[in-house]
Design a protein around this ligand. Structure first.
Ligand code: DQA
Length: 137
């Protein structure tokens, strides 16, 4: 199976960014461990701080891959365009967040992704990504 992990803005700073909320592991280190752990799956990772690049990537894989694990980060709460892209493609998208966004500021309670996602996993730290991968197996 082909699964894309797609990370949005500021997630390139994982490990350095607000470690009390997001943990101290870098995503590339985490990605290496899950690639080994789920070695029956073809895992790909892409991160961008740019909304259009995230949409382009979804269009690129969204008619051939088996699943997308999407952490749209702050765009989750702002981007109609990303929400539309999730709806436009055929590949099912599982929305993930590292933190429990409902336990945080009110502006994080809204998601433009959720209505079109297959499911949502949040609040389990980086394990949220693993649970999303497992949902596609
Ligand atoms: C996040 C939650 C968002 O509200 C925030 O803007 C992020 C990360 C998370 O994974 O917990 O950048 O998506």
């Amino acid at each position: 199976k082909k699964i894309l992990i797609l990370n949005g803005p500021n997630l390139n700073l994982l490990g350095k960014r607000e470690p009390a909320i997001y943990g101290s592991l870098t995503f590339t280190d985490f990605f290496e461990t899950i690639k080994e752990k789920y070695n029956t799956v073809e895992l790909t990772y892409f991160q961008s701080n740019t909304e259009g690049d995230l949409i382009d990537k979804m269009h690129e894989v969204g008619f051939s891959f088996d699943g997308i694990v999407l952490n749209a980060a702050a765009y989750t709460h702002t981007s109609v365009a990303l929400g539309d892209a999730v709806k436009a493609i055929e590949t099912p998208v599982v929305e993930v967040h590292i933190s429990n966004t409902f336990a945080r500021e009110a502006f994080r309670h809204q998601s433009y992704i959720s209505p079109n996602a297959k499911g949502v996993i949040l609040g389990f730290g980086l394990q949220s990504y693993e649970l999303a991968i497992q949902s596609f197996l």
